[in-house]
Design a protein around this ligand. Structure first.
Ligand code: AHR
Length: 352
């Protein structure tokens, strides 16, 4: 895991009035003792931690359940929270930013100890993050980054380097290009189609950029079209159908921003009598088990890893932030790239 450290406690401190709520019940107890009243006055807004058995209470706004990657990520969070003895409140945003904003607001009202969220898109978070900051609740951004002027509105980021994933995809293609030029390209060009992820999301933007930064300056390649399949298998299928009709016999390479869309695209190719991995070179991102199996069968050529198993690291980070220890402001897990050139016989089951 690559880490950039931040010294000391987060900029997010609980406001002083939290001390007031701590003292309030003691005052009430003393006062009730003096006046012999039997009624106990609870604090007006008890902290979430105070309501539980001692472990942290974490509000987790997951963006949706669009892919095996996402399901694996949610499962990893739930498992890790259980192991750490934390209470995890999961809200599924169902692919809608407004649902995620509402979830974050509900976590603030509930006064959780830490908010974790996987932002569906990069823009539009400033107001709700300002509210979390004012409430003194640290925010960990997971998986995806946001575009924000004041980066102190979130406490830490933990997640993959999506730009590097795009670069990894391009590096594989540069290696494969020699072979392709001999066999495929009629006019000397290698024709690529690209299935991109959710518009405005950080993996879509960065996987596009990382790939194009290397490929666009090489004259052997031509990207025929980039279309968004929204990280969904059904849309991957739909988009590939359209692309095959629009560019019959012309497509040499598919670069797909995630495995779910790749699986949909492969279905269509096979229905059309096209051999994936041979007639069309396939580069995918994620590394879910189904894609690795196809890579081993030669129906995918390259799978760029993007690991969803972030749960343990998130819980460790949350604990460090709340305890006032040093914590890494940015952490990125090490990621691999699996290709047809590698020996994959000893690759462990992926777990997603
Ligand atoms: O943000 C990570 C991406 O989101 C994964 O590549 C994809 O499968 C998921 O939907």
């Amino acid at each position: 895991m690559q880490k950039e450290w931040r010294k000391g406690r987060s900029v997010f401190r609980k406001p002083k009035w939290s001390l007031f709520f701590l003292i309030l019940p003691i005052l009430c107890l003393i006062m009730s003792g003096c006046s012999r009243k039997e009624k106990e006055t609870p604090p007006a807004v008890p902290s979430a931690a105070g309501r539980d058995s001692g472990g942290l209470v974490i509000g987790f706004s997951q963006l949706g359940s669009e892919s095996a990657w996402r399901l694996g990520n949610t499962a990893s969070m739930e498992k890790a929270a259980k192991e750490y003895g934390f209470r995890l409140i999961v809200e599924n945003g169902m692919q809608k930013q407004e649902n995620q904003i509402a979830a974050i607001r509900s976590f603030i009202a509930y006064r959780v100890d830490v908010i974790v969220f996987a932002p569906i898109v990069e823009d539009g978070w400033a107001n709700v993050l300002q509210e979390a900051k004012e409430a003194g609740i640290p925010v960990i951004m997971m998986d995806r980054l946001i575009n924000i002027k004041d980066s102190d509105l979130y406490t830490a980021y933990i997640g993959p380097d999506h730009y590097q994933e795009g670069v990894n995809a391009a590096k594989y293609l540069l290696k494969k290009a020699e072979e392709l030029q001999k066999d495929m390209a009629e006019n000397g060009k290698i024709h690529i189609v690209e299935l991109s992820g959710t518009e405005g999301s950080s993996p879509m933007i960065s996987r596009f950029q990382g790939f194009h930064d290397l490929i666009d300056r090489d004259e052997r390649f031509e990207v025929l079209e980039t279309v968004s399949g929204d990280f969904l298998r059904s849309k991957g299928r739909e988009c590939m159908q359209k692309l095959l009709r629009k560019y019959p016999g012309e497509i040499d390479v598919l670069y797909s921003h995630n495995d779910a869309m790749t699986l949909g695209a492969i279905e269509v190719m096979e229905e059309e009598g096209i051999e994936p991995g041979k007639d069309i070179v396939i580069i995918s991102v994620d590394g879910e088990q189904a894609a690795i199996d196809l890579l081993k069968e030669g129906r995918i050529n390259c799978v760029v890893e993007c690991s969803p198993m972030l749960g343990d690291a998130v819980m460790e980070l949350a604990q460090a932030i709340v305890s006032g220890e040093d914590y890494p402001r940015i952490s990125r897990p090490e990621e691999d790239c699996f290709t047809e050139y590698d020996d994959l016989s000893s690759l462990e089951p992926r777990g997603y």
